[in-house]
Every structure is written in C-alpha cells, then in structure tokens.
Design a protein around this ligand. Structure first.
Ligand SMILES: *Cc1c(COP(=O)(O)O)cnc(C)c1O
Length: 395
C-alpha cells in the first residue's frame, strides 16, 4: 500500500517545491535572542522571532524554571481533571486573570488549543460567529469544529462587521471574534468600535491577544489597555509562546462562567496534558516582573518607534503599525525573497512573505522588534536595509 501513497505524497511535495512554497527551517544553535548563531556558523541579528520582550532567554525565567524542576518535578503525565493540576498551574491562571483584568483563566498546552477548544463548547447551530477575515489559523480551525453559523467580515472593517452583525440577528447568540494585532500588517483591531457594535447588536466579544499581549498598551496589557476597555471583553485568548517567555502554553481568560464551562467541556483541555511545572513557574515569575516594572515595554516601544521612523526617513514604504510588527512593503514576491537573502548576507535575519501568506502583489519583509534589541542592533539593521534597498533599486 505505501508504494502508491508514497508516490502521491512525493508528488505533493514536488508541487509545493515547484510553487516555491517549500518551507525550509534555519537551525539555531544558541538560545533564542537578538544575536543568534545558526548551524552554518553565521552570527546573525534576529528580527523574525516573536520574542517581543526579549524574555526567551531571560535569566530570571531560566532561574524560575530550574527552581520548579527541583520543587515540582519535570512533567505532569496527566490531563488536569484526572491528576494533573499543581498549585503552580492555579497560581499562573490567577496571575493571567490579574494581568488582563478578567475573572478567571484556563490554561492549555498552546493557544492553538485554546482557540481550537473555545467555540464548540460554547455555541451551537442556533448561534453565530462573526470572524475577521484575517484571523489566525487556529481560530479558523476552532470555528470549523463548531456548528454555529459563520459570518466573515473584511479585516478590521467596521462597516462590514456591522453588516454581518445585522445578518446575524437571525441567530440566538452572537460572538465577534478578532485577533488583537494582525501578524502580517501589524495593525490593531479597532476594539473601541468593535466593543460599541457588540453592545448595539447584542454580541459577545472574543480577542486573540497572541501578538498584542505584553506588547500593546502602555504597560503591555494588550488591546483592552490600548482602547481603554479593560474588563469589558468577554473572552481573551493568548499564548505563553511569544512575548511571555516564548516556551509553550496558551490560555483563555475572561468571564467566570465561561471559563468554568470550558473546564467541563473544552476538548483540548480535557484530553491533553498540562504544561510542565517549570513553564508554569517561569510564567508566574514573568507576570510578577510585568507588574514590577514597564521597563521592557518602554524599551520595546522605543525600539519600534526608532526603527519605524528611521526606515521611513530612508524612504521605505512601511505599513502603519501600533504593534512591534513592521511590514516593509516590496509588493513583488521574488524581490521579497532576494531582499531577505541579501539581508542575511549582511547578518540580518528577516523573512520575506508573499502570496498565499499575504494577498497577491503584497509581498513584504516583516520585521519584529524586541526589547532584546539594543540600539546598535537596530542601527545595523537600518544600515543593511538601506544598503540592500539601494542595490535593488527600492529606495
Ligand atoms: C501564534 C498564534 C497562535 C498560536 O499560539 P501557540 O501558543 O503558539 O499555539 C494563536 N493565535 C495567534 C493570533 C497567534 O499569533
């Protein structure tokens, strides 16, 4: 049997390669941080990690993780409701709720699971999900697992959202679902207006804060801080795998009863392992750090403004951003790949994105800033971008 199937798979792989969509992985041989070494022996400055606060290799988190190995062991070997809950997990859940100003939190192995297990337990075919067209794959999968009626609105488009909300009055309950920050443009969902519409059209609101939590808002509390609607959003999902240390783990935080029913019915929670104690303990330490100082947010915001403004001054075409994602528009797919390859030669590691990850004719280089970057890292990147931009006739 495998012979025929193998041929089939090999053809699929060849097709992916022919389409130029084959994904190669670069191998990093150092911890994740601003200056990394890759397996080819090159040292590069990393501008494509989700390590927004530079915490992936933070000594305090490494220390907290080590401590937990000694006090709580290595793994849980169980789902929570059977015998997998430690004090650390409960404490972390409380810290997350505190950070977002919500009632309670439920942890998952990843935010992919949080989103995958969110909708099906809460909504039925009688209800409606109104989802932004650019929402993350895990939201799309979560929605697919649920029988609710689906409505889609154009990215961050309030008029279209209102249109869909009118149509969705046919259903019993409605929920508006959006990423806080969209990963390809770095734009922020217009949460103030979404919140208003949710009241007008009697809809719940869910925000995925994976790219916004820790980053957006003066103290990094996410889009609810940015739009001054803290405590008003029903459901927030997020990850411990990006700004918050970058290890692993996801969560849903929000209204008490919603979290309670998820503990009873959410399948990725009920049938999958808990995060390891060292990750929980490092998470606790991390949220403590977040409430002690906004130093990392301040640095990240400074870095982003500095990079964005300098790159604009040099003449690059850049999408307006309110996050730590800066999209440098090149429009042409091949150009985006050539540009990224030349930058790598200059010691700058960035990724060029093109269709189908972004719309056709919208190819770009996405730069992700971090509090782990020093000014000299930014200057080196700006110099390299300028050099390559001139070589390729962009600026
Ligand atoms: C990264 C990401 C996820 C997945 O998070 P993991 O914890 O890595 O599974 C979900 N939603 C959005 C918007 C993301 O950017």
């Amino acid at each position: 049997m495998y012979g025929k199937f193998k041929e089939h798979i090999q053809k699929e792989i060849a097709d992916i390669k022919d389409a130029g969509l084959y994904k190669n992985e670069r191998i990093i041989v150092t911890p994740q941080k601003a200056d990394i070494k890759v397996s080819t022996g090159n040292n590069v400055l990393n501008f494509c990690a989700n390590n927004y606060l530079g915490l992936s290799n933070h000594p305090e988190l490494v220390k907290a993780a080590k401590e937990a190995l000694d006090t709580h062991g290595y793994g849980m070997s169980s789902v929570r409701f059977i015998c997998g809950t430690q004090d650390l997990h409960k404490k972390l859940e409380a810290k997350i709720a505190d950070f977002f100003g919500t009632d309670d939190t439920i942890l998952y192995a990843a935010c992919f699971d949080a989103n995958g297990g969110l909708f099906e337990p809460l909504l039925t075919a009688e209800d409606a999900i109104i989802s932004d067209a650019l929402n993350h794959a895990s939201i799309i999968d979560g929605v697919r697992l649920c029988k609710a009626q689906r409505y889609r609105y154009k990215n961050a488009d309030i008029e279209d959202l209102e249109e869909q909300l009118k149509r969705a009055q046919a259903q019993r309950f409605r929920i508006i679902v959006t990423d806080g920050v969209f990963s390809m443009d770095g734009n922020v969902a217009p949460m103030d207006k979404i919140n208003e519409l949710s009241k007008k059209y009697d809809a719940l609101v869910m925000i995925d804060e994976c790219h916004s939590a820790g980053v957006v808002g003066e103290t990094g509390r996410g889009v609810t801080e940015l739009f001054n609607i803290r405590g008003e959003i029903d459901i927030i999902t997020g990850t411990l795998g990006k700004a918050f240390g970058g290890a692993i783990g996801g969560f849903t935080t929000g209204r008490k009863d919603i979290i309670e029913i998820l503990r009873q019915r959410s399948r990725p929670y009920l049938f999958s392992n808990s995060i390891p104690p060292m990750v929980a303990n490092a998470g606790i330490r991390m949220f403590d750090m977040m409430s002690e100082t906004t130093e990392l947010q301040d640095k990240l915001h400074w870095n982003t403004d500095y990079f964005y403004n300098k790159m604009k001054d040099v003449g690059f075409d850049i999408k307006t951003t309110k996050s730590a994602i800066v999209a440098i528009m090149l429009y042409d797919a091949k150009l985006s790949q050539d540009f990224a390859a030349k930058l790598l030669d200059e010691g700058i590691y960035v990724i060029g994105f093109y269709y189908p990850v972004v719309p056709k004719g919208q190819a770009r280089i996405r730069v992700q800033l971090s509090a782990g970057h020093e000014k000299e890292h930014l200057d080196k990147a700006i110099t390299a971008f300028t050099k390559v931009g001139k070589e390729l006739g962009i600026i």
